[in-house]
Design a protein around this ligand. Sequence first.
Ligand SMILES: C[S@@+](CC[C@H](N)C(=O)[O-])C[C@H]1O[C@@H](n2cnc3c(N)ncnc32)[C@H](O)[C@@H]1O
Length: 374
Amino acid sequence: MANRTGYREGGQLIEGFPFDVGAPWTTMPPTRYQGSKRRLAAWIMDCLADYDFRTVLDAFAGTGSVAYAFKHAGKAVTCNDLLAFNHQIGLALVENKAEQLPHDQLETLLAPGDGRVYDDFIARTFEGIYFTAAENRWLDVVVQNLTDVPCRHRRALGFFAVYQAAMAKRPYNLFHRRNLYMRTADVARSFGNKVTWDRPFEDHFRCFANQGNQAVFDSGTACVSTCGDVLDIAGTFDLVYLDPPYMNSKGVGVDYHHFYHFLEGLTAYRHWGERIDHRSPHRRLHAVPSPWTKPGEIHRAFERVFERFSESIVAVSYRSDGIPSVEELADMLHRFKGRVTCHTCQPSPYALSKNRGTREVLLIGSDHRSNSVR
Ligand SMILES: C[S@@+](CC[C@H](N)C(=O)[O-])C[C@H]1O[C@@H](n2cnc3c(N)ncnc32)[C@H](O)[C@@H]1O
């Protein structure tokens, strides 16, 4: 059968795609990112196994876990996200086919350069908000060292390690509240997160840099990482994978720009100050309006994306309790595609999800004759 993505249900391993359903199936590092599909990627690949495609766009790629699985399957992947820090992760793990961060360069990143004068922007701006004073100073030095790394793929690997470390050291792995006190309060604790929070940045960084290095591979097909709004992505693709921000049944959407503003700031260190809303208690970036977080706009947002990619096979990751409903979404997709199939994965192994009752869904819109080999 032509162009199988290579994975078959039931744990049977097929040459060129050596991972197992539900298991940590690849060298893709684990992530604490909200909505990560890392643990679902093998299932998603399996659902797409009978579709004939070579070029693929992961348009809301986040940490790139699905893009990475497509890369493993030998596809020509475009890995896109609106946020600049996710673009860096795409550069490090999807676009990058050879560069690793060597040990001596890693050591250079961790130490202040001889005679170099460092800005203390993070220490000045975020005192008492997310990290301790010493941790803020560590971030100021390492991020300025990283910003000067000439090779963009090595630089991206270094940023990847900083992002992972910063998320690991945060309560809820987020930056949506001024809550350093949760780490520092002298209270009895019934959970072990404090050990991770208090582990030094440098230890986390070394560990995640190593994971990043291990994840680099050459699939033999060029892949690219891009950064922009889904509707601004140029080009045509055989298949477009969509995993937009999720809105729950109460109309509350995930505002990624808010949750991860600190990682966006790290990525644009020299311009961070200009973008901060100094009236916010936790020094977030100025809000950027998004149709994906507004109940009154999200239906139209889906429609516009389906219309834009109506020439491609379209696969949408979704959850059974979202707005719009799965039925509404399937109807919308049907307006642009001749055939719509719905796959359900249960129970949901959704990272960080407290709502175990919901199911993970994959809708696939295709045209009978041209797209499917089944
Ligand atoms: C559910 S997450 C994707 C998770 C991803 N599949 C993973 O495994 O990590 C949704 C992503 O959409 C991105 N996003 C939000 N609005 C966007 C837009 N207008 N264009 C492109 N990406 C957008 C967010 O930054 C976020 O990373």
